[in-house]
Design a protein around this ligand. Structure first.
Ligand code: FAD
Length: 358
């Protein structure tokens, strides 16, 4: 009966624990400083939109390709997960090409992307249907996840499978081994600490940095999700809109500020975010209205755990215990969650196999 401790209760830790708990011989404990229900600058998952907009290149598309079917299944068959299908409209301005933000989602902006046969209803938009300034555009059916429902849903699925959740703060990854609910030392630790992998003893991955995202959550309904390749308000400001499932409000974004740890929303940035949203989607407000037509629920800031070489799914023996890493998901932690967690689970299976311990 292998004992496994998963560190982290964000979308990465919860999804990995859920997949592990489907193997009835695994006894899984989740320990975390923050749990669903908490809002904290060191806990990214509650702040995400979150939708499925593939950012990877064709070569790196494994995690997104492997996650879409599960998100689509949840949207179709599991209403209590808090995920619904939504139309996504992607606009591209040629003048944004090569910028620091567009650079990481070139494939999303393409009119012939690798994912055109993965998502339903992919099509190229006629110029006449796009806002002024857009040079090309595409649309497809995506999903939007209400994180305030989805994270507790993952917790409930874990609990149903016997996973034990505990609050704990560790300062070195090897300490996690002592927190298994059996009272015995864990055989494997799974590291899903997100941004804090940059500060955790035994890991200290300094290639993980925050990409700060400021958002405004409103009650207004846009009808579709919108994203555009850039803004005229600075290179680290972005513009997107997504309507969460089941009354979760609409997320207006945002910013993509690398290396910025500031936890407080900036009021001037918030005004720019709202102005851009109304410009790209005038249907958000009544005819003739500007941002005064928006009904604000709250302002927020989340820090995307951006890793220089992309997500880290690796095994490593640290102070005599196997550690499987699953962190560094940047702005794509939900849309890669199932495949990344499956990848982490494959490594757990591997290190627990008799061969690995000969
Ligand atoms: P986290 O959610 O940060 O969880 C880390 C966990 O580890 C927490 O429970 C924390 O308490 C715990 N922990 C850390 N250190 C310790 C320690 N020392 N001791 C104990 N516990 C510890 N992704 C998408 O796929 N689609 C989107 O549309 C999208 N939109 C986004 C919009 C914004 C504004 C932001 C900020 C992010 C967005 N993302 C999106 C990205 C996504 O939110 C992240 O990639 C994802 O949430 C990372 O999850 P995680 O579980 O790895 O980390």
């Amino acid at each position: 009966m292998p004992n496994i401790v998963v560190v982290g209760a964000g979308v990465s830790g919860l999804t990995t624990a859920l997949l592990l708990s489907k193997n009835s011989s695994y006894k899984v404990t989740i320990i975390a400083r923050h749990m669903p229900g908490d809002y904290d600058i060191e806990y990214t998952s509650p702040w995400a939109g979150a939708n499925f907009l593939p950012f990877s290149t064709k070569e790196g598309s494994r995690w997104e390709k492997g996650t879409w079917p599960e998100l689509a299944r949840l949207a179709k068959d599991v209403p209590e997960a808090g995920i619904h299908f939504q139309e996504a409209l992607i606009y591209n301005r040629n003048k944004d090409a090569g910028g620091p933000v567009t650079d990481w989602f070139n494939d999303l902006l393409s009119t012939n992307p690798w994912f055109k046969d993965l998502v339903p209803n992919f099509r190229v938009l006629p110029k006449s249907s796009m806002p002024a300034g857009a040079d090309s555009g595409t649309a497809f059916t995506s999903v939007c996840i209400n994180t305030a429902i989805y994270l507790p849903y993952l917790v409930s699925q874990c609990l149903a499978n016997g996973v034990v959740l505990k609050r704990a703060v560790i300062s070195h990854i090897s300490e996690a081994a002592m927190f298994h609910h059996s009272g015995k030392k864990a055989d494997v630790i799974v590291n899903c600490t997100g941004l804090l992998a940059s500060k955790l003893g035994g890991v200290m991955d300094t290639t993980v940095i925050p990409a700060r995202g400021q958002i405004v959550v409103v009650r207004n309904t846009p009808g579709s999700m919108f994203t555009i390749s850039g803004t005229d308000d600075g290179e680290d400001e972005v513009c997107y809109i997504m309507q969460r499932a089941a009354g979760g409000g609409t997320i207006l974004g945002g910013t993509y500020q690398k290396g910025n740890w500031e936890s407080q929303p900036d009021p001037n940035t918030a005004v720019r975010i709202m102005k851009r949203a109304v410009e790209i989607c005038p249907e958000l407000v009544e005819k003739g209205q500007g941002i005064e037509g928006l009904s604000v629920i709250r302002h927020g800031v989340g820090l995307r755990p951006l890793r220089k070489d992309g997500v880290r799914i690796e095994k490593e023996k640290i102070e005599g215990t196997w550690v499987v890493h699953n962190y560094g998901h940047g702005g794509y932690g939900y849309q890669t969650s199932y495949a990344c967690s499956q990848g982490a689970m494959d490594l757990v299976d591997e290190v627990l196999s008799p061969k690995a311990n000969l």
